[in-house]
Ligand binder design. Structure first.
Ligand SMILES: Cc1cc2nc3c(=O)[nH]c(=O)nc-3n(C[C@H](O)[C@H](O)[C@H](O)COP(=O)(O)O)c2cc1C
Length: 186
């Protein structure tokens, strides 16, 4: 089996919240499949938004402004698979995970010095609303990013009707998240 290096970015500031539990279920699946996984909790890091200075790499590192993206950059460069696991905030990604995504500009812009080897991606997202249409925006954004980056979309798990911390335990989402992780076997 081809052992994959999976980078899982979480977006929630809530410890052991719904998306965090989904991330851990997914990790259980990928570990059973024999892969290596790194969980990077963007909401526990200090990553500011891209300032569009277009000076990526001018100081020898992806972003000219020092923050915890310096810690994320080598993980991105080593990853084969990237997973975004976020609560739905205003029909989209949480600000914390979006800031990390924005700084990936260093790997696509004109001044790009290094490329990423990521081949596959997934999105795990949960929200309070019961209407599945509320996920249309984040799904389209994620799929746009995956298409632009030439990542093969390995799945979107969108979980409605979870609001209180732990509410996800009463759904089948954790079983589904684990199965998605396990499915990365092939
Ligand atoms: C700032 C903020 C914005 C939110 N926006 C939405 C939204 O647009 N749609 C929705 O269904 N739920 C929304 N929610 C609810 C969360 O997505 C929901 O509580 C989710 O289960 C939280 O996941 P977590 O426990 O991983 O943080 C929002 C919550 C917060 C705090």
């Amino acid at each position: 089996m081809n052992k994959k290096n999976i980078l899982l970015l979480t977006g929630s500031p809530r410890r052991n919240g719904n998306s965090d539990r989904m991330a851990d279920a997914f990790i259980k699946g990928v570990l059973s499949a024999g892969h290596k996984v790194t969980k990077f909790e963007t909401a526990r890091k200090d990553i500011s938004g891209c300032r569009a200075c277009k000076t990526c790499w001018s100081k020898g590192k992806p972003c000219s402004f020092q923050d915890d993206f310096d810690e994320l950059a080598p993980l991105l460069e080593a990853a084969d698979v990237i997973v975004f696991c976020t609560p739905l905030y205003w029909f989209s990604f949480s600000t914390q995970i979006k800031a990390a995504i924005d700084k990936m500009y260093a790997y696509v812009g004109k001044s790009c010095k290094r490329s990423l080897n990521i081949k596959e991606s997934l999105l795990l997202v949960c929200g309070a609303d019961e209407d599945m249409e509320v996920f249309d925006g984040i799904r389209a954004t994620y799929q746009g990013i995956a298409h632009y980056m030439k990542w093969e979309d390995k799945g979107v798990l969108a979980v409605p009707k979870v609001n209180e911390k732990g509410a996800i335990e009463a759904t089948d989402a954790l079983v589904k998240a684990e199965a998605l992780g396990l499915a990365l076997r092939v």
